[in-house]
Design a binder for this molecule. Structure first.
Ligand code: SF4
Length: 64
């Protein structure tokens, strides 16, 4: 599967990966819900972002 380059969003805890019916992949920024500085669908690739926080992969908790 091909993924568009998402830049920082791909590794950010605030990002949610969304697949469209046509198998396009988008990244939704959850910070946009509460902070108008962020776009719901950021223009990719995101190369620098003040809201970036590394995703916590693996250890505990439920993804999705
Ligand atoms: S905070 Fe920045 S890096 Fe994280 S999902 Fe939103 S736009 Fe992407």
């Amino acid at each position: 599967m091909n993924e568009p380059r998402a830049g920082l969003c791909a590794g950010c805890r605030h990002a949610r990966r969304v697949e469209s019916a046509r198998a396009s992949v988008f990244w939704l920024c959850e910070l946009a819900k509460s902070d108008p500085r962020f776009r719901k669908y950021p223009a990719l690739p995101v190369l620098s972002c003040p809201g970036f926080e590394p995703a916590d992969h693996g250890t505990s908790g439920a993804a999705n």
